[in-house]
Design a protein around this ligand. Sequence first.
Ligand SMILES: Nc1ncnc2c1ncn2[C@@H]1O[C@H](COP(=O)(O)OP(=O)(O)OP(=O)(O)O)[C@@H](O)[C@H]1O
Ligand SMILES: [Mg+2]
Length: 363
Amino acid sequence: MKFQETEEKLKERIKELTCLYEISKTISQSHSIEKKVLKKIILSIKNAWKFNNDAIVELHIAGYYLTTSKVPRKTVFQICTINTAYSNSEYIKVHYPQEKYSQDEFLEDEQKLLNTAAVEIGNYIEKFQILERKQSLRRTIERMDRLSTLGEMTAGIAHELNNPLGNILGYAELIKLSNTDPEIDSDISTIIKSTIYTREVVKKLMFFASEMPHQAKLEEIKPIATFALSFLKQNFQKKDIKSELIIKDDYLTAKVDSVQITQVFFNLLINAIYASPPKSIIKTIIDNDSDYLYIIVQDEGHGIADEIKDKIFEPFFTTKKINTGSGLGLSVVHGIVKSHNGEITVTDNLPQGAVFTIKIPIS
Ligand SMILES: Nc1ncnc2c1ncn2[C@@H]1O[C@H](COP(=O)(O)OP(=O)(O)OP(=O)(O)O)[C@@H](O)[C@H]1O
Ligand SMILES: [Mg+2]
């Protein structure tokens, strides 16, 4: 009897050590937070429990929810919370179905093992979360540096072009007025049209460089959003896309240049419409806290690949076909947001699409 007990204990101990060894090995071989790594870990844990055929492991961490099999409605379980730098509401549980087991069938050593596993999982998650945040911060700083250098260069070029363009346009118009030759008239009209187009591009570059005059006053935000949305009504209808406006505070005011913020809505919404499939929804959300106004445009379109997320605010970056887009829409938005001392970020909408979030100080 004694011998049997010792053998039994030894077996449990071996299972425990195997489990910890497997968890360490799995974690040491991984280079990011991955579902398949977490799945391997919970399977190792399941195998270490005394009645491993009936044990069900449930893990809730870092946005993942995994189980080794379906958790029955009524269970007895052991639990351990997992603490990381960013959350302390996550956990790991090992269940037995209540119809077959009672709580006393869990071993004390199993709880200890679960606690150790929870610490291992927590460290693994935290290590990569910290790494990911550092990388994302570094990318943001690099992007801001690059955009700010580009902004300075662009400002110089745009200023240099502005005067000569004004001259070309002025003289071309004078020649057009005094000319009577129809052939010359047609050539002059082409010059005028091209110059106006070029001046528009230069104006957009000046917006990007935050070099456009800016008249901020306390304005209600809702009318700006509803104006932009009603102006684009036909664009929504043509593609059979639904528009939804969600406003936390109908009377929210913020210190903004209303013409420029209207432009921001236009550019973001036009991009969202362009990327969206029929029957999808584009949400425009106006949110706020005591210090900031948030403008969020969220679509269910094809989304933005990670490789180009850093480039989309640069002037002339476009994925549209030649002659369809100038790649200046988001550059203008970026410049306007910057001149309002705000920030713009882009994230993925789940399961698909893009989310642009603008944060602007209320006063
Ligand atoms: N909502 C969105 N969904 C998917 N991709 C987007 C979205 N908004 C912007 N993009 C990507 O960012 C690129 C740059 O956008 P931006 O508005 O600056 O230029 P554009 O739309 O290509 O041209 P323009 O605005 O001058 O007509 C787009 O070509 C597209 O690849
Ligand atoms: Mg655009």
